[in-house]
Design a protein around this ligand. Structure first.
Ligand code: FEO
Length: 485
């Protein structure tokens, strides 16, 4: 099947309705994708890109129904990744000496994938052109890191079509090929998902490349991408979107994501979200559980946000693994000019929150103070989380808010502090658990285990267990010897 694009240009690509994974399983395709290949028939016959290797057979079959493969004068490979050059091996078996125009970096990638250094490569650089007859030329524009070092775009004069490969594309599958034919909300959702999850780290290059292409003053009537739709209706709109997205994009939005062992950190997330909304109803607050929800959707929301709150229960004194994975991914995406903070519930130490805070700072976020809650948040702790959200809303507001948030104090008074954090005299008789810092105070005893107030440590029975971590008396030492103040 072919689709007429313009004049002597036809789409000869492949739709992939059922694909769900890209880059291993790191990018979930919720709307399928397409691998767009284009056939140009002027005095010269040119094939622009191929399709994913798993569709090699269908691709050749389809192409052979359209033309004699030997009539192809040359092939342009804009990008060597397998979803575009994958069918080359099968194609080159049929037409082995056909020239392949590509960047120098692409030769390395193509040979690395296909292991055919003998193929007839023709290296091109930005500004190089080739005459294809009927007064038309192909002009090449290198576009390193959009998406790989080998990437380039190809511009067809006369028809004014830019074959942009990955840039301006989206993982989106529809029988209709052109941007004005499809659901606009679906289309732009997938464009943003693609940009935020794949191109964000290269935003500076995106801006520079677009400015370079615009400086050529070439008319652009269509942008023919390698995934998804062809931009024929106002193709400049996606260029303008890219310039916005590449410019440290943010909306009045806060994304909260967390993982939770016992629902306690989730309760905190709910209360923080409510607190933000109370103070600033205009801000969009989106809350996600990383264990249950689409990672790429979460990252797209982080991309759109002015700030992000990351929560985790503490497990083995570190954060939960899926949160660690998300932070690694966020670090790689190199978001800029966003605020962030950490939160989480803990039992006997709150290591996760501290580690998240450090990781967010290292990833370039402007970090705000964190909040921890011990065990399941009670009414007081939920109020504190809500007040914390109110404070965040005010601190992160894009314009000054005319409200006074409730005063926030995670530890509001001396009597609220755990015994381990209270000052102790050097001669006090308290004993501290060396594992979790719970303090046995002889004045209070531990009535839950039948240890009456006023019971000296030596008289505490051997069956006694630390009420926090359930370990025995042997892990306790005199509090006065521990540097815990
Ligand atoms: Fe669509 Fe970078 O491959």
């Amino acid at each position: 099947m072919t689709i007429h694009v313009k004049n002597n240009i036809h789409w000869v690509g492949q739709r992939d309705w059922e694909v769900q994974d890209f880059h291993g399983t790191e990018y979930k395709m919720t709307k399928g994708t397409s691998y767009n290949s284009y056939l140009i028939r002027e005095e010269k016959t040119v094939l622009i890109d191929t399709v994913d290797h798993k569709f090699s057979y269908q691709f050749l079959q389809n192409l052979e129904m359209e033309i004699d493969l030997h009539s192809i004068d040359f092939i342009v490979i804009n990008h060597a990744e397998e979803d575009h050059s994958g069918a080359l091996s099968a194609l080159m078996e049929k037409i082995p000496n056909t020239p392949i125009y590509c960047t120098e970096a692409a030769i390395d990638s193509i040979v690395g994938h296909h292991h055919h250094p003998e193929w007839n490569f023709k290296t091109v650089k930005t500004g190089d052109s080739i005459d294809i007859g009927n007064g038309k030329q192909l002009i090449f524009v290198e576009a390193p890191m959009l998406h790989w070092p080998d990437s380039m775009m190809t511009y067809l004069t006369g028809d004014a079509v830019l074959f942009s490969n990955d840039a301006f594309g989206q993982h989106y599958c529809d029988e209709r090929l052109f941007n004005d034919e499809v659901d606009q909300a679906e289309l732009f959702e997938q464009c943003l998902r693609y940009y935020s999850n794949i191109l964000t780290p290269f935003s500076a290059l995106v801006t520079a490349k677009i400015k370079e292409v615009l400086s050529f003053n070439l008319p652009v009537d269509m942008i023919a991408t390698s995934h998804g739709i062809v931009w024929r209706d106002n193709p400049i709109q996606i260029i303008e979107k890219y310039l916005q997205w590449a410019d440290n994009y943010q909306e009045d939005r806060i994304t909260i994501f967390y993982d939770t062992m016992s629902n306690n950190t989730r309760m905190m997330a709910d209360a923080i979200a409510q607190g933000i909304h109370d103070v600033d109803p205009g801000v969009a607050v989106k809350v996600f559980n990383v264990s249950r929800q689409d990672k790429n959707e979460i990252l797209a929301n982080v991309f759109r946000s002015k700030g992000v709150l990351v929560g985790s229960s503490t497990m083995n004194n570190v954060m939960m693994p899926k949160i660690a994975g998300m932070l690694e991914e966020i670090t790689g995406l190199r978001f800029k000019e966003k605020k962030a903070a950490a939160f989480g519930s803990y039992g006997w130490n709150g290591g996760a929150v501290d580690r998240i805070h450090t990781r967010l700072t290292d990833a370039g976020f402007e970090t705000t103070e964190s909040i921890k809650t011990k065990w399941r948040p009670d009414g007081k702790a939920m109020r504190e989380c809500k007040a914390y959200g109110q404070k965040i809303a005010k601190q992160w507001a894009l314009t000054a808010l005319n409200v006074t948030p409730i005063e926030f104090n995670t530890v509001s008074s001396e009597e609220d502090k755990p015994a381990s954090e209270l000052p102790h005299d050097s001669d006090c008789q308290c004993m501290i658990c060396t594992v979790c810092n719970w303090v046995y105070d002889p004045v209070q005893g531990e009535p839950n285990q039948g240890v009456e107030p006023g019971t000296a440590w030596d008289d505490v029975p051997d069956y006694f267990l630390c009420p926090e971590c359930n370990l025995g008396k042997d892990v306790f030492v005199p509090h006065s010897k521990e540097d815990v103040a």
